[in-house]
Design a protein around this ligand. Sequence first.
Ligand SMILES: [Zn+2]
Length: 501
Amino acid sequence: MPLYWGDLHNHCGISYGFGGLENALQAAKGQLDFCAIIGHASWYDIPARTEGLEYLVDFHKEGFAKLRNHWDYVLETVKSFNVPGEFVTFQGYEAHSSKYGDHHFLSPDDDFPLVEGESPAAIVEKLAPRRVIAVPHHVGYTPGYRGGNWDRFSAAISPIVEVYSKHGSGMSDQSPFPYYHDMGPRDSRSSVYAALARKLRFGFVGSTDHHAGYPGSYGDGRLAVLADAKTRESIWEAILARRTYAVTGDKIECKFTMNGLPMGSETTASQRRFELNVTACDQIDKIVVYKNLRPWKVVNGELLAGQSSGVSQTAGKYKVKVELGWGNNKAGFEWDAIAEVRGGKLAAVETCFRGRSILAPTPELRDDPTMNALGNRIVSQSDQAVAWSCMSFKNPTTLHPHTAAVILEVEGDVGTELHIKANGAEIKTTVGELLGGNRTVHLQPYNSEAIMVHRAIPQQAYTVSEVWTDTLAESECDVYHAEIKQVNGQCAWISPIYVLA
Ligand SMILES: [Zn+2]
């Protein structure tokens, strides 16, 4: 079964986000296989408009009204972008809830009315007989403060849970990517781990929750599904079957099975044979397979990298990231770039394009439907070269990148040459040199944008293939899930396999 990549939760100017709807769908098509566009629709228990909360309450209510006024246009536009085999869309919208936590509602049915309700279950009931699921998101917030409410969780309407987005990771209070949005810190009681400890059953997904119309924005959350085909019906079936997992941005490929059954499965077995196959996008730092939330198997990335040093002289596969950005341009800097491979082959290219970094409205921000038309695209690609255009921005803080990149998969050896040109600057190097370290160049003598060609990562350091067997039943429902971390910080959270006694 092939893997498809998507974003099921992101916002644009149809409610209180920013940027045009068509531009958002075009951006999604550029680097994803499927997406839903989510408008903000309601907040049943919205706080009273007391002093200090006027702006917050007003922008929500204005956003809800805006969505209602344009709902038919949204449905029609989302429907028109759904082309089986090419690009798949789903209908959806979001309801906030202090009590139940925020959810987005997704459907493969284009006849999808806007309704409101006191709880996710009430909304799903009103939408019957249409097919619909309610996806809890940013679950890690404080219970009662729009965090996940596991007392009220229903696997029947929520087969998947969003575990990572621009808010951060809700996996646990110790997971990388803590919450720093003004909604507050995360709380272990509403974490994904707390739900798994209760043996609640769901699949993991990531999505951006982007608020400037850029579904799939790199680093803000994406999901993978294992589906028969790139169609609404197949991807919907995969979501219901929990054959999904979350990534931060890099398209880390992962197959995790038990006795041949995929991630998300629920089954009984005394002899449990696990297979884990990973093709990452950067050097693997660590892979941990958890059994009932305790580390059961650990793959150490340093050992993989060590094994690779002896074989790097020979022909093989390498991943090399080319990253463009830095500088002081807050409005956006346009790049035209080309990477050429000589004495080897360019086997594949993965894009790491981002939208403007916006998670919520602020009083000074004005909507502009063109703000998400960033011109990010692959212009041409062959076995020897790739040309692309993209936009980068001044990094918002020194700890927060706003660069744009591509990851090249190169077949060759240490003598294979890479020629990178962008906006008049150039880097000529070889795989051999890049195995020892990265290369950088700046466009201007000082205070300028820059190009970085990352260190080359040999295949042995970004792939893992393991088989383990377990015969020890520990509980009525043993939960096995995997977490993958790359050296560059990008992660994947692989949905559990539930083994019943
Ligand atoms: Zn949202």
